[in-house]
Design a protein around this ligand. Structure first.
Ligand SMILES: Nc1ncnc2c1ncn2[C@@H]1O[C@H](COP(=O)(O)OP(=O)(O)OP(=O)(O)O)[C@@H](O)[C@H]1O
Ligand SMILES: [Mg+2]
Length: 489
């Protein structure tokens, strides 16, 4: 070998920035070819894999900056691959962006993929420019995200009440109560429908107390089989029963010095209620098979979405335990009873998911907000959070439109909103334009009927109990359709 050459090779050269590496995973050879040709032309270094399995080994060896994967593949599918790639990257402390390719009409899977950490998705058939733009942005963000992770952990535990959004008077009362009791070790019972923020309250109490250095142990009382309660809550000694091969620390002991959060406490079977009551009263527990009691120092916060008072009356919940848990009761109002909090919550969730999905979504249209303000929110804040997550994922502009909101919540259009229900005295004094009001109402019903019949005017007319001719006449009068639009029918 020529000496001169070998020296030249070992000389440090100004290295051009190395091209970003992209791994393409798709079971269709045609798509793989098109994509790698396109991306190579753009100067990327690419590798292709024809299955999730191959994709995983290529990921380990090729160390791509970005993975572009089809969602539907036999064997390890795109969602699986996404999870595994993300986990592997986390283990190796490197970042990888994943963009998923979905077939048309499977947007919900795409949303799920984004929830599980995909950066973005493209729908087949895709436009090259759209794909290029998404890849460019993903790579840029991946570069920044390493810094981001560091920053987030540096911020540490935030002041817990800061995590609540909503300034309604009902919530102000809740915050006030939390402030009053968090410094004490008073037991408290948090009541509220599903998704109203009970767990958030439990955390605010624990982290706002001087027990915050101790553990916060959550136990879902509805999830423990009746036969296991005692050993789960109080622990056991080695040899206490067959299978007890070593000592097990119970949850009461594990929470010592901190807070034990008994979630869904209404689900505790009666047999377990007796034992919990004794533990609370005596501040001691006896692990199964132990000869001595253990002193425990825990604060109990319990939560329920049932009405425990009714449970007591029905004989399903012990009254003495109820009073012991319920020294202070915090009632979380359902979201429909504090609709004034909806705009703040919406803004909060848009900000959060826009950042999480790195999408430039900044708000929603007035029509969108009005739909959200009317819905009855049976799943409360959690439901709103899910709706906003989906909406941000689906938004294709800076403002979320009704199209990105689930159909079920739009049907509420038919019900008059709270404001409309009471045409208040005040309003009457100011004088109203009845004709305009009636037209507005008419328009709302026509729109709703057309929506639920997917725009079929014959069906919509039937739905409204009017003739097709009458519907035609009204649509034109209200400016919702023109003669030409309708002429064709
Ligand atoms: N006031 C609020 N501000 C911001 N986020 C909230 C608020 N209330 C609830 N959330 C969020 O809504 C979700 C549901 O809240 P949480 O889990 O505390 O409800 P929960 O009452 O315990 O529900 P479940 O009865 O279903 O267990 C969580 O993600 C929580 O962070
Ligand atoms: Mg909960």
């Amino acid at each position: 070998m020529d000496r001169h050459d070998s020296r030249a090779a070992s000389e440090p050269r100004p290295s051009p920035p190395s091209p970003a590496r992209i791994l393409i995973v798709d079971d269709e050879p045609g798509i793989r070819e098109v994509l790698s040709a396109l991306l190579r032309r753009d100067g990327y270094d690419t590798r292709s894999a024809e299955s999730g399995e191959q994709g995983l080994s290529a990921f380990a060896e090729f160390k791509p900056d970005l993975v572009l994967t089809d969602l539907q593949m036999p064997g390890i599918d795109g969602l699986d691959l996404l999870g595994r790639v993300k986990a592997a990257a986390a283990r190796e402390q490197r970042t990888v962006a994943v963009i998923v390719i979905t077939a048309h009409g499977t947007v919900d899977t795409a949303v799920r993929a984004m929830r599980e950490g995909a950066f973005d998705y493209v729908t087949k058939p895709f436009l090259n420019d759209e794909l290029r733009a998404k890849i460019g942005r993903a790579l840029e963000v991946a570069k920044l995200s390493a810094d981001n992770v560091r920053l987030r952990s540096a911020l540490g535990e935030r002041y817990q009440l800061d995590r609540f959004v909503g300034q309604s008077s009902r919530m102000q009362e809740v915050y006030q109560l939390i402030r009053q009791i968090r410094g004490t070790r008073i037991n408290c019972l948090i009541c509220g429908e599903s998704g109203t923020g009970k767990e958030l309250v439990a955390q605010a109490i624990h982290y706002g107390s001087d027990r915050k250095g101790g553990p916060l142990i959550s136990v879902n009382c509805g999830a423990i089989p009746e036969s296991l309660f005692e050993s789960e809550l109080f622990g056991y000694k080695k040899g206490a029963f067959t299978g007890a091969q070593r000592d097990k620390v119970g949850l009461f002991e594990a929470a010592s010095g901190g807070t034990l959060f008994l979630d869904e406490v209404g689900e505790l079977p009666l047999s377990a209620q007796v034992k919990v009551l004794r533990a609370l009263a005596e501040r001691r527990v006896t692990p199964v098979g132990a000869s001595a009691e253990l002193a425990i120092d825990v604060r109990i916060v319990a939560a329920t979405n049932r009405n425990l008072n009714d449970e007591v009356k029905a004989g399903r919940f012990r009254e003495d335990l109820y009073y012991r848990l319920n020294v202070v009761q915090i009632d979380l109002p359902p979201l429909r009873d504090r609709r004034e909090d909806i705009p703040d919550l919406v803004r909060h969730f848009i900000g959060r998911f826009a950042a999480e999905f790195r999408k430039p979504v900044s708000g929603l249209t007035p029509e969108g907000l009005s739909i959200l303000s009317r819905w009855r929110w049976p799943g409360n804040v959690r439901e709103l959070q899910n709706v906003m997550e989906r909406a941000v994922a689906l938004a294709d502009g800076p403002l979320i439109t009704p199209a990105a909101l689930p159909g079920r919540i739009q049907e509420e259009d038919l019900a008059p909103s709270a404001e409309e229900k009471d045409a208040s005295d005040l309003e009457m004094k100011a004088g109203i334009d009845l004709e305009a009001r009636l037209m507005e109402t008419e328009r709302r019903y026509l729109r709703a009927a057309l929506k639920i019949t997917a725009g079929n005017r014959t069906h919509a007319a039937k739905q409204l109990g009017i003739t097709f001719r009458s519907l035609r006449y009204r649509l034109i009068k209200l400016g919702m359709a023109s003669e030409e639009d309708l002429g064709r029918e």
